[in-house]
Design a protein around this ligand. Structure first.
Ligand SMILES: *[C@@H]1O[C@H](CO)[C@@H](O)[C@H](O)[C@H]1NC(C)=O
Ligand SMILES: *[C@@H]1O[C@H](CO)[C@@H](O)[C@H](O)[C@H]1NC(C)=O
Ligand SMILES: *[C@@H]1O[C@H](CO)[C@@H](O)[C@H](O)[C@H]1NC(C)=O
Ligand SMILES: *[C@@H]1O[C@H](CO)[C@@H](O)[C@H](O)[C@H]1NC(C)=O
Ligand SMILES: *[C@@H]1O[C@H](CO)[C@@H](O)[C@H](O)[C@H]1NC(C)=O
Ligand SMILES: *[C@@H]1O[C@H](CO)[C@@H](O)[C@H](O)[C@H]1NC(C)=O
Length: 453
């Protein structure tokens, strides 16, 4: 399908529209987006083009509940008892992994396979399978919160998911999230949430949880979600299981070739700032600096722990322009609809500190490699200049107060705090193959290639 979509822009418009209805077009999205962009520009309302894209069969009443940035989120209707332990959940995938590692490593590839590899697509022999682990907060949550036991946690219910999945999957998006696109580019299926009963973790696991923070205490909102430490514990459990079954050496090999995709920090800064705002004050530059040090310091500790368990390739989406999220503008009205300065300065400081720290780690820890995607810059640019990227609305969300817009792909934001599938696809492309101005010192494609060596 991807190949057909590549040529979307030279197809007759009607066919192009049909293809767009499939979802945000994959393949050479830049061309497609440029095409869409110019069409949007020449379109009077900026809406007609996207009509096909977004007219969904959905006209039914929407639930009152809606997710936003880890707060005031819908409570998922009771999910059945989730009692499957790790061992049961892993049984299915272990067979394939065993099979995988018994495969001769010096297998001779057919020319067509080599060709496929040259393009980075196509069939791969078992030892070439990429592995992707995801850790993070709501932008990366693939449904873990559905399986949490507590009652106080955010879950995105319908119409979340409707443009790509037929119903909600727990993703806080109208369709696919960034890790879904990364998985696709790495020739992997969707990576399942780590808590999913019977989940197949052959290709990796997604530990992300909406509302997750780096800190369990002051940074966290008090939600019973999997924070960074909880996610690392889950990862450790998985490693222990693999250790038992595959042996420590094989497990180390698998873990070293895997890529670990992170998104953390946004909720910490949001929650920290909220306390000051509620007292009609703001954190001083010194307090901001101190708090940033804690967040990056605790993040670093987690990365070192993962490294000790065998992780080598780290990909980090840095903290976004929190202060310009529609959600924050609403929640902190003192700024009359403009961006909240402290929620731009802390992420900026944090991103510098993270870059510095990861650079240090790469010098210090043998085999440690990283990629940082400058999400702050990439998202800010789309908020400020939506039309340059094919969007009509940069800072108004599609799904607001229970009302769903007609054309999500005209929006950067789906809800007050989370981007649409169309935005996610653009961002994923930048993370995957962006140049040094946005993703450095490696992009994710290079990290995966490193893993093969
Ligand atoms: C939910 O509760 C069950 C049964 O007590 C337990 O086995 C499981 O680990 C819990 N899940 C989470 C995510 O805490
Ligand atoms: C989505 O799933 C929920 C829970 O299973 C169900 O109640 C609801 O009717 C579904 N909505 C649609 C539009 O299919
Ligand atoms: C895996 O096995 C190795 C070697 O026995 C051990 O050092 C390591 O701690 C184990 N890891 C886990 C998470 O159990
Ligand atoms: C982690 O955060 C706590 C605050 O919750 C702080 O006291 C501690 O120093 C931080 N750790 C590092 C390594 O920065
Ligand atoms: C917001 O508007 C009020 C009333 O016009 C004004 O007093 C206040 O200074 C404005 N705040 C900011 C941050 O611009
Ligand atoms: C990280 O720092 C390096 C060196 O200062 C810089 O070239 C690069 O653009 C930075 N990367 C990000 C994602 O901020």
């Amino acid at each position: 399908m991807a190949a057909a979509l590549l040529h979307c822009c030279v197809l007759p418009l009607s066919l192009a529209l049909l293809l767009i209805t499939i979802g945000c077009v994959s393949g050479e999205g830049n061309e497609v987006n440029n095409e869409r962009q110019s069409e949007l520009r020449t379109d009077k309302t900026g809406r007609e083009l996207n009509q096909a894209a977004d007219s969904s069969p959905v006209q039914y009443a929407l639930g009152e509940n809606h997710a936003m940035g880890g707060r005031e989120l819908a409570l998922f209707p009771e999910v059945g008892p989730i009692t499957t332990g790790w061992s049961e959940r892993l049984l299915g995938s272990l067979y394939s992994i065993l099979h995988f590692w018994n495969f001769p490593l010096d297998i001779i590839r057919s020319p067509s396979q080599e060709q496929d590899e040259a393009t980075g697509h196509g069939a791969s022999t078992p030892e070439d399978h990429n592995i992707l682990f995801v850790l993070g907060d709501s932008p990366f949550d693939a449904g873990n919160n559905l399986y949490l036991n507590e009652s106080n946690y955010p879950v995105a219910s319908y119409p979340y998911g409707y443009t790509y999945f037929s119903n909600a999957t727990g993703r806080v998006c109208d369709g696919r999230i960034l890790p879904d696109f990364i998985a696709e580019y790495a020739n992997l299926p969707l990576i399942p949430p780590s808590l999913q009963p019977g989940g197949d973790f052959y290709y990796g696991a997604n530990f992300a949880s909406s509302g997750a923070a780096v800190l369990d205490s002051d940074g966290s909102s008090g939600l019973h979600v999997l924070n960074l430490k909880g996610q690392v514990i889950q990862f450790k459990e998985l490693v222990a299981k693999w250790n038992e079954t595959l042996g420590a050496d094989t497990t180390r090999q698998v873990l070293a070739k895997a890529v670990y995709l992170f998104s953390f920090g946004g909720n910490d800064y949001h929650n920290y700032y909220e306390k000051f705002y509620d007292e009609d004050s703001s954190p001083t530059p010194l307090e901001q600096e101190q708090f940033v040090k804690y967040i990056v310091g605790n993040t670093t500790d987690a990365l070192i722990e993962m490294y000790e368990l065998g992780a080598r390739k780290i990909a980090f989406q840095n903290v976004g322009p929190m202060g310009c999220l529609p959600e924050c503008k609403t929640q902190f009205p003192k700024f009359n609809g403009s961006c909240i300065p402290d929620l731009l300065s802390m992420p900026t400081l944090s991103n510098k500190e993270l870059n510095k720290t990861l650079t240090d780690l790469a010098e210090r820890l043998e085999g440690f490699k990283f990629s940082i995607f400058d999400y702050f810059i990439a998202l800010m640019d789309r908020i400020e200049n939506p039309s340059e990227y094919g969007f009509v609305y940069g800072s108004t969300e599609c799904y607001s107060d229970g009302n769903l817009c007609e054309y999500p792909s005209a929006y950067v934001f789906f809800d007050e705090g989370h981007t649409t599938q169309c935005a996610n696809e653009q961002l994923a492309k930048l993370f995957w193959e962006g140049d040094l101005s946005v993703t450095s010192p490696y992009n994710m494609k290079q990290l995966f290639e490193e893993s093969k060596g």
